[in-house]
Design a protein around this ligand. Structure first.
Ligand SMILES: *Cc1c(COP(=O)(O)O)cnc(C)c1O
Length: 379
């Protein structure tokens, strides 16, 4: 089946109890036993919930994977992946990962004796050189937040496979509509469903997708034991979101491309970071491993003052953290999403005080461009 068909149908048969076309919200904590030792396969809702399981099947199908496991947030899903590690293990991660991921690895996992090397994985040589005999996980984000740099997924998978190290990819920015890391050799894909998958800025959640039965068994055990599950209502909301994922992403991509081109030609904008632009240093790789470029971009306006005047001047585009909803959002990475990274480190990574990030939504693009133009006039 095609991707749009899977968005609408995969994993969601009419409800076996009533033939309801839409999977119901099974808002229950427990399930009756017919007799002692006899159940219909559901026992207690931390372990089993038909609404969550329908979402897990749906998202597994969209990523081209066999198994999905849904968690209460993207960070809970990434924490689940980290549960595969033991004390003394080492991780190699992309240097400009999501701020919360950086915080988890540096301030939480380090206390359990797990060390992480953050490297520029867009350079496979640097990725390879960072691997130690104790490396037990490679964790990539591509495109990265907020500079939109890419890592060669197939190349990274070859390096990981040759050493038997599991490769996990945070695919939140591209969505499975435009990039499916399992098809390039990744072992685990993780999403904050809060973003494009739900798509309506009204739910927080996360998902891990994988093919390997052994990994699924370990992570299912972790999900049930640690208990950070996605609620039935949120599972239902995300499923409602994924039904329109294909058409939303088409619009995000079209608007993102138009906005990137417009900003690139604007005199007040010093630089635009968007993988769909020919000026992006990895445009060829983007074309090879992605089937679209999405709605995320960032641009350089000079200094903090310029960024501030622009962000405060926006009227239609909302100044807020998060991304991937149908409405357009703008943010200031240095003080908002990446505020947890020390200033010196941020400077090294290229996240300057003049950088602004846009999550280009699905509005009429001429309205978005008019808003951005009037805000740039204030800079
Ligand atoms: C938002 C985000 C996360 C964290 O997800 P939450 O749902 O906020 O916990 C992880 N990775 C990326 C790339 C994100 O954008």
């Amino acid at each position: 089946m095609g991707f749009a068909t899977d968005c609408i149908h995969a994993g969601q048969e009419p409800d076996p109890a009533t033939n309801a076309v839409i999977t119901p919200i099974y808002q229950t904590s427990t399930y009756a036993h017919d007799r002692l030792g006899e159940t219909k396969g559901w026992g207690y809702a931390r372990g089993d919930n038909p609404t969550r399981e329908a979402l897990e099947r749906n998202l597994a199908a969209l990523e081209g994977g066999k198994h999905g496991l849904a968690f209460g947030s993207g960070m809970a899903a990434i924490t689940a992946i980290s549960s595969l590690l033991n004390q003394g293990d080492h991780v190699v991660a992309t240097d400009v990962v999501y701020g919360g991921t950086y915080r988890l690895f540096v301030t939480v996992l380090r206390r359990y004796g797990i060390e992480t090397s953050f490297v520029d994985t867009s350079n496979l040589k640097k990725l390879e050189d960072a691997i130690l005999p104790t490396t037990r996980l490679i964790f990539l984000e591509t495109p990265t937040n907020p500079l939109m740099s890419l890592t060669d997924l197939a190349g990274a998978a070859r390096i990981a496979k040759a050493r038997g190290i599991p490769l996990a990819v945070d695919n939140t920015f591209a969505s499975p509509c435009f990039q499916r890391p399992l098809e390039h050799g990744a072992d685990l894909v993780v999403h904050s469903t809060t973003k494009y998958l739900n798509g309506h800025s009204d739910s927080v959640g996360g998902i891990v997708v994988m093919n390997d039965d052994g990994l699924r068994e370990k992570l299912k055990h972790y999900q049930k034991s640690a208990g950070g599950i996605l609620s039935p209502f949120d599972s239902w909301l995300v499923m409602r979101g994924t039904k329109t994922l294909a058409m939303r992403m088409r619009q995000h991509n079209e608007n993102g491309m138009a906005m990137a081109r417009h900003l690139e030609s604007h005199g007040k904008v010093k630089k635009v970071h968007y993988p769909g632009l020919a000026s992006h240093p990895q445009h060829a790789l983007a074309r090879a491993q992605m089937s679209g470029f999405g709605g995320m971009l960032s641009c350089e306006l000079g200094g903090k003052g310029q960024a501030e005047r622009f962000l405060n001047g926006l009227k239609l585009v909302t100044l807020a953290e998060s991304l991937g909803g149908i409405e357009s959002l703008a943010c200031h990475p240095a003080t908002m999403t990446h505020g947890a990274i020390p200033a010196e480190e941020r400077q090294k990574l290229g996240i300057s005080d003049g950088l602004v990030r846009l999550s280009v939504g699905c509005e009429d693009v001429q309205d978005l461009i008019a808003d951005v133009d009037q805000a740039l006039a204030l800079v």
